[in-house]
Write a protein that binds this ligand. Structure first.
Ligand code: FUC
Length: 867
């Protein structure tokens, strides 16, 4: 509680926010549950306290807890900067301006650096139940999102057994409680193991596993060295320790070889702690690491005096402080909660929409953020959720389970503010500070840029900022992804968003603004003149896509729409921040002057938003990345009411690309369609993404977890998003998008139910947040708002848009007029664009609606009812 409190004060987040009416209550349907144990990892259920993660399989004969620690990565701080850069860069620029894109792409490869480190699995806790050979009856397992407790229950013969597990944030321990309906019935062997180098031995009624992580893990199977360990435990590479303490009630516990054998117990409590030698992003974990044993032991000692009930109560209270802020209900067939979660997914895919499954999925996204991204009092170990959150079972996981910063890492945090989990944003906001330190060095060494910082498309726990690509050795590296120094600029925007949602000016001054400024400074030096009066990026890519010209594909060009949109967004944020803070007038003027010269948006021949600097877009291109729509979301530059032509062009681009793609791509599409106020299209994609991917419908021999980088999508039985394979971004992006369907606040007003789909005709949500630090509750029937309350955490003008006329019971609301003076919700400036005059624009239907201005007082709540 102490560290949460510290952060709430530092980030100005109100601790107790649940002021809205509690009904209707979603708690009855907040369980993922199953009638069988997990046969694959994607059926196991995730637990986490932000640092420790576990996947609970719920097996009867051999239970498996697959364990993770978010600091356990391969490697060590290795900037990987490339001093060849400053000499090569002008040659690349010349090649691009001369139209020789292939030459530019080849040259770029000489500027790349090494690949990132990999996120590693910690180990397994295995419980073998020797007698459990006979068939069980009444098997049940669940994960209760409202308590963050996983339960497994089954009957063998006449005895019913139960295991309850959770990972406590306040007590930094995983706890498993085994009980049985009959005395002296609990018998099992407990073992710790790891896929990394380890030794495990018992000590009294404890097991201790000491491990060593590799100093290098390859990115490609073709690399000559795959998994490399230091010669000695004192060498490079992360050290780690897992400790398990077994406390029995009745019966005995004794060590046999490397196991602890529990016999004839009435009840057993397992306490598991772990630690690594991670000592910050810039310290060698092997040569200058912390002693993991001290931390694992201290954490264990601290909890052993506490009872199971005490630990559980504190755990649930801590979880609910965050989780209970939002309640989301939709009318629908509530009896479906009597079906297991995997069967509901399959049933829904067969065309029977399940509103409660959708709200469960919504809350699962919030649950996952709480479980994988919690604030830390020291700030040091607060590491953002990676590509798989904190849950990974592979030594060589897909994409290294790293930070892929050309969409995935950013998407992980889209729900942080609007679903009222500001504190869970802190690990990312903190990490950006580390990136800025390393990124300033990359800017200097790779580009000769002495002011500001940059990040490329992959990072890791060492805050890598140099371009990946395995320079000089990897024939498969591609400049279409490695040539992208834009992540620093993009990653700065969440800092501004955090300010806009909380109104915390101290945070803006002390933390956000210096980082935003540094990212902008880099861009001021990175931009070049195109000879026609514009400032452009060169070299430039549209992440992972290729520019198709006359039957040929090119990777590197200039001024891609995403580059220019990110820079525009960053400059806008920086200008607004400097204005609010009344600082840096000269810098602000420079940004304004530079912004005026940025290469503008273009609407191309098909009425689409151009992806490339020229109209090379291929309407048949179904690439999963639609990076050129950055300005529509998460950016604030394009919206159907303020920039109708650009919004229509964005819509055309989405129609060209189609709906079905990879998990995260579909999640992004939910957000985009929501911003176009087309709730039914957003909903369609939500349902497309909830397609069951799992053993129950898989063809014989099919590998349901296979990597496909191009298309697929879907949802695993445990509701993890399938890229495929599992990536957590789709879960987070999905929840963020569902919130955008219900509440938006990016376009100078707070829009209630902007994209409500027909299928969500009756429902209620409370506790979600809008920019301006407004907290919103809404109730609607037959698609019409019947009541809303707005809590003004900061006060100030609240400009509200509704589809139907409403009045405010407290305070004087009047029709909106003039500029919105509230700096937190100010209307964004419409960006300039050029349009192919022959292009026809698609229609973007909008409901006219009503907009009113309500002057609010800090801390007061306002009620809106139909007029
Ligand atoms: C990018 C995406 C892939 C995948 C990977 C982690 O490379 O293009 O689809 O999400 O990141």
């Amino acid at each position: 509680m102490k560290c949460l409190l510290c952060w709430c004060i530092a980030l100005s987040i109100p601790l107790f926010t649940g002021v809205f009416a509690q009904k209707p209550d979603q708690s009855a349907d907040l369980k993922l549950w199953y009638k069988q144990p997990a046969s694959i990892w994607e059926e196991a259920l995730p637990l986490g306290n932000g640092k420790t993660g576990a996947m609970v399989f719920g097996r009867v004969k051999r239970e498996r807890y697959q364990l993770n620690d978010n600091t356990l990565w391969s490697g060590y701080p290795d900037p990987g900067n490339n001093p060849a850069g400053p000499d090569i860069l002008p040659q690349i620029r010349q090649a691009v301006f001369a139209g020789d894109y292939n030459k530019a792409s080849d040259l770029w490869k000489k500027m790349q650096g090494p690949y990132s480190a990999r996120y590693l699995p910690l180990g397994d806790l295995t419980l073998d139940f020797p007698g459990n050979d006979s068939t069980t009856t009444q098997y049940y397992r669940d994960l209760d999102l409202s308590t963050a407790v996983a339960t497994v229950r089954y009957t063998l013969g006449k005895v019913t057994y139960q295991r309850e597990s959770f990972i406590s944030h306040p007590d930094r321990v995983m706890v498993v409680r085994l009980t049985a309906s009959k005395k002296a019935a609990i018998n099992f062997n407990a073992r710790l193991s790891s896929k990394l180098r380890f030794t495990a031995q018992p000590a009294g009624n404890e097991l201790i596993l000491s491990g060593k992580a590799p100093k290098f893990v390859a990115n490609r199977p073709s690399e000559p060295q795959q998994v490399v360990y230091a010669d000695s435990p004192q060498g490079e590479g992360m050290n780690f320790e897992i400790r398990l303490h077994v406390k029995t009630e009745g019966g005995t516990v004794k060590a046999v070889n490397d196991e602890l054998v529990v016999s004839n117990a009435n009840a057993v409590t397992l306490y598991l702690t772990e630690a690594t030698s991670f000592n910050g992003f810039n310290q060698s974990p092997g040569l200058a690491g912390k002693n993991p044993s001290l931390e694992a032991k201290a954490n264990l000692q601290r909890v052993l005096t506490k009872s199971y009930a005490q630990l559980k109560t504190a755990h649930i209270a801590s979880h609910q402080t965050l989780f209970n802020r939002v309640n989301f209900t939709l009318d629908g067939d509530t009896e479906l909660t009597e079906l297991p979660t995997d069967e509901r997914l399959i049933r829904q895919e067969a065309g029977k929409p399940d509103n409660q499954l959708q709200t469960l999925y919504y809350q699962f996204g919030r649950y996952l953020l709480i479980a994988s991204s919690r604030p830390d009092s020291t700030g040091k170990a607060a590491i953002p959720a990676n590509l798989q959150g904190i849950w990974n079972d592979h030594v060589q996981p897909p994409w290294g389970s790293n930070y892929t910063t050309n969409i995935n890492t950013e998407m992980n945090y889209w729900l942080a503010e609007n679903t009222n989990l500001s504190e869970c944003h802190q690990p990312l906001l903190n990490f950006i500070g580390n990136l800025a330190i390393n990124g300033a060095e990359t800017a200097k060494v790779n580009y000769g840029i002495n002011e500001g910082w940059c990040v490329h498309h992959n990072s890791d726990v060492w805050a890598k900022t140099s371009p990946p690509g395995g320079y000089e050795w990897d024939p498969r590296s591609q400049s279409r992804w490695s040539c992208w120094p834009m992540a620093g600029a993009w990653l700065s925007t969440p800092l501004w968003e955090h300010y806009r949602f909380t109104g915390n000016k101290t945070f803006l001054r002390e933390k956000a603004y210096p980082l935003l400024k540094g990212a902008a400074q880099f861009m001021l030096s990175w931009l070049v003149e195109d000879g026609k009066g514009n400032l452009v990026t060169n070299p430039s890519t549209s992440p992972e896509n290729t520019m198709k010209v006359a039957g040929k594909e090119y990777q590197v060009s200039m001024a891609t729409t995403m580059d220019m949109a990110i820079i525009r967004e960053l400059f806008n944020n920086c200008i607004e921040a400097a204005t609010i803070l009344e600082t840096d007038t000269r810098f602000l003027t420079l940004l304004q002057e530079t912004k005026a010269r940025l290469y503008p948006y273009h609407i191309g021949q098909f009425g689409q938003l151009q992806e490339w600097f020229k109209d090379y877009d291929d309407p048949k291109d179904a690439h999963r990345h639609l990076s050129h729509l950055f300005g529509l979301h998460p950016g604030h530059q394009i919206s159907p009411r303020l920039t109708p032509e650009l919004a229509a062009a964005a819509k055309q681009s989405m129609i060209h690309r189609g709906d079905v793609s990879t998990g995260w791509s579909m999640a992004w599409k939910i957000n985009w369609w929501a911003r176009l106020e087309d709730g039914n299209h957003a909903y369609k994609i939500l349902l497309d993404g909830l397609k069951y991917v799992g053993p129950k419908t898989a063809k014989k021999g099919a590998d349901i977890t296979a990597v496909s980088t191009t298309t697929g999508g879907g949802t695993y039985p445990n509701l993890f998003d399938a890229h495929p394979p599992f990536q957590i971004d789709g879960n987070f992006g999905g929840t963020a998008g569902m919130t955008e369907m219900l509440l938006q606040s990016h376009a100078g007003e707070i829009s209630l139910l902007p994209a409500l789909p027909d299928s969500w005709a009756n429902g209620a949500i409370r506790g979600i947040k809008a920019r301006g630090a407004f907290e919103v509750a809404m109730h609607w029937e037959k698609g019409r708002l019947t009541e809303a309350t707005i809590l003004a955490n900061q006060g100030g003008l609240c400009r509200i848009r509704t589809k139907t006329p409403v009045k405010v019971l407290e305070g004087n609301a009047k029709p909106a007029s003039g500029d919105n003076p509230n700096a937190l919700t100010r209307e964004p400036e419409a960006p300039p664009f050029e349009r192919n005059e022959t292009a026809k624009l698609v229609d973007v239907p909008l409901t006219q609606g009503y907009v009113m201005d309500l002057m609010t007082e800090k801390g007061k709540k306002y009620t809106l009812v139909p007029q």
